[in-house]
Ligand binder design. Structure first.
Ligand SMILES: [Zn+2]
Length: 265
């Protein structure tokens, strides 16, 4: 026989468990991560109907919103935060159009010097480790843009889901750890099979074909891969993305386009 106090303890525990589950279910429904892709082009003079604007996106989560990079003139309602992957033209050239109330979050102190030369009214905060924005966690990770320059990817965590946004890269240290079991990977696709080297500008782009090949050999690869930051090597986009989908059928590779809206749930 169970004692009365033990029975009561079990009852209370069950009650609390139910409450927690209901709460988390409710929360899950309320807090889906919604993405608005502003642009999908890399810095390239080749025109495209679907990738005219520089690569950038907005994320909406609960009552918070953030934008990643600002290569295009700011428009629409102010978001809470702007995250900057690096300080190249196609990622920050319109930063002076940012509304004052938007806080700028940067993953590297060296970016601060570049940004302070511009007329920016917003606060700039450096974040190097995981931060929590109302339940949406973000962690920056460093990536080589060339042997001498750095850029960053951002890994997001919410409701047991994960997503990475990585527009520029040449070498991705620890990629198998960062990408393992991801729900969504947004991967820069500037070059197809041959890496691009911009002589004199100190940066180069990795070839997406070889990275996808490596990812396809992983034990637990990302469940969906969206290509962003299209360069000349990926044009015409429809044909080249189709080629990659055929080549790596085990990876769920998808095309993106300017103005696209995706619910990440
Ligand atoms: Zn770029």
């Amino acid at each position: 026989m169970l004692s009365k106090s033990l029975k009561n303890t079990i009852k209370t525990k069950l009650k609390n468990l139910k409450r927690t589950n209901l709460y988390s279910l409710f929360n899950l429904k309320m807090k889906a991560l919604r993405m608005h892709i502003i642009g999908t082009s890399g810095y390239t003079p080749y025109p495209s109907k679907t990738a005219r604007l520089f690569t950038s996106c907005r994320l909406f989560f609960g009552n918070k919103s953030l934008q990643i990079d600002i290569g295009n003139k700011y428009s629409g309602l102010p978001v809470d935060y702007l995250l900057v992957t690096h300080c190249h033209y196609d990622h920050i050239q319109a930063i002076e159009t940012l509304p004052e109330m938007v806080q700028i979050l940067i993953p590297s102190l060296t970016f601060e010097g570049t940004l302070k030369k511009k007329e920016i009214k917003s606060d700039i905060r450096v974040f190097k480790t995981k931060i929590d924005l109302d339940g949406l966690e973000v962690k920056p990770f460093p990536v080589l843009h060339s042997s001498t320059t750095m850029t960053y990817g951002f890994k997001f965590f919410w409701n047991n889901k994960t997503m990475v946004w990585l527009p520029d890269w040449c070498v991705i240290p620890g990629y198998s750890e960062i990408f393992r079991g991801l729900d969504y990977l947004f991967l820069g696709a500037a070059a197809m099979k041959k890496p691009i080297s911009h002589k004199g500008y100190g940066h180069c782009q990795g070839a997406v074909y070889h990275m996808l090949e490596k990812i396809s050999q992983m034990n637990n690869p990302p469940k969906k891969i969206f290509l962003i930051h299209y360069g000349q090597g990926l044009r015409p986009i429809k044909i080249k993305v189709h080629f990659l989908q055929q080549k790596f059928p085990s990876l769920k590779i998808q095309e993106t386009f300017d103005g696209q809206r995706i619910v990440l749930d």
